[in-house]
Design a binder for this molecule. Structure first.
Ligand SMILES: Nc1ncnc2c1ncn2[C@@H]1O[C@H](COP(=O)(O)OP(=O)(O)O)[C@@H](O)[C@H]1O
Ligand SMILES: [Mg+2]
Length: 246
């Protein structure tokens, strides 16, 4: 059974139909890349799956349980969020907290972990993203790439079953992009399950197991990464891939 399955998710903002019945399936260990032009609904999809936005309709299957996305209970949302991690485009670190505090906060508050234990866990994940020596820095003292690596550490600290990334490198220059992608690549190698909205075609091609291409709130085409890039079947996909070639 899939770790996570979204069926027929729909979402509109006023008259704007942003998701028109999107379905995706993610198995344990999958890295699913979501591609598509700006405005196609990728962020909204991720936000609905993690309840940062309420879907109008659709079902979610997560770790063997089924939920109605339009009327899911707060307690179910809280329970699912305990097992998921979200990495935002702009890092979303607390500016007035150190690197270490940014990572321990979710452990000591929502999870009631003791401070000592939380700090040990935080140092483990900071080491993993190569940021352990920056534990006492504030976000403003770090590069964008370093901040994003801290944000990834924060998401990892709770041992999530799945990580969601929304264009994690789009605010970064090529060198910083490379260091963040390297961290994500190593997570993939370790078998971390991830959904990654990205414009990094190289990453999508090399690291993902599955690619979903969206346009106008629909999935235009999807498939195993190798097949998707080697032989896209839809005209719209071919145009998109041609435009994103450097
Ligand atoms: N909170 C919101 N209120 C109104 N419209 C929104 C909101 N969020 C997104 N949209 C609209 O939904 C569409 C899809 O946006 P988004 O999911 O951000 O696409 P993408 O991430 O693929 O660029 C866009 O037309 C955008 O303007
Ligand atoms: Mg977006």
């Amino acid at each position: 059974m899939a770790l996570l399955e979204v069926k027929d998710i729909a979402k509109r903002f006023d008259d704007n139909e942003v998701l028109n019945g999107v379905s995706i399936e993610v198995n344990k260990g999958d890295v699913v890349s979501i591609l598509g032009p700006s405005g196609s609904g990728k962020t909204t999809l991720l936000r609905c799956i993690n309840f940062l936005e309420r879907a109008d309709s659709g079902r979610l299957f997560f770790e063997g349980k089924e939920y109605d996305l339009s009327k899911i209970k707060k307690s179910d949302i809280a329970a699912i969020r305990m097992k998921t991690g979200f990495v935002f485009q702009n890092y979303n670190l607390f500016a007035n907290k150190t690197v270490l505090q940014n990572v321990t906060l979710g452990l000591t508050s929502a999870r009631k972990m003791q401070r000592k234990e939380a700090e040990k866990k935080a140092m483990d994940v900071l080491l993993k993203v190569g940021m352990d020596s920056y534990k006492d820095y504030y976000p403003s003292q770090l590069s964008g790439g370093q901040q994003q690596r801290v944000a990834i550490a924060r998401a990892l600290a709770t041992d999530p079953s799945i990580l969601y990334f929304d264009e994690p490198t789009s605010a970064l220059d090529p060198q910083l992009t490379a260091e963040v992608l390297e961290v994500m690549r190593s997570l993939a190698k370790e078998g971390m399950t991830m959904i990654v909205v990205t414009h990094e075609m190289g990453f999508a091609k090399e690291v993902s197991s599955h690619v979903v291409f969206m346009a106008d709130g629909n999935i235009v085409e999807e498939g195993p990464a190798k097949e998707f890039f080697a032989a896209p079947t839809q005209q719209r996909t071919r145009e998109f891939l041609r435009l994103t070639e450097n």
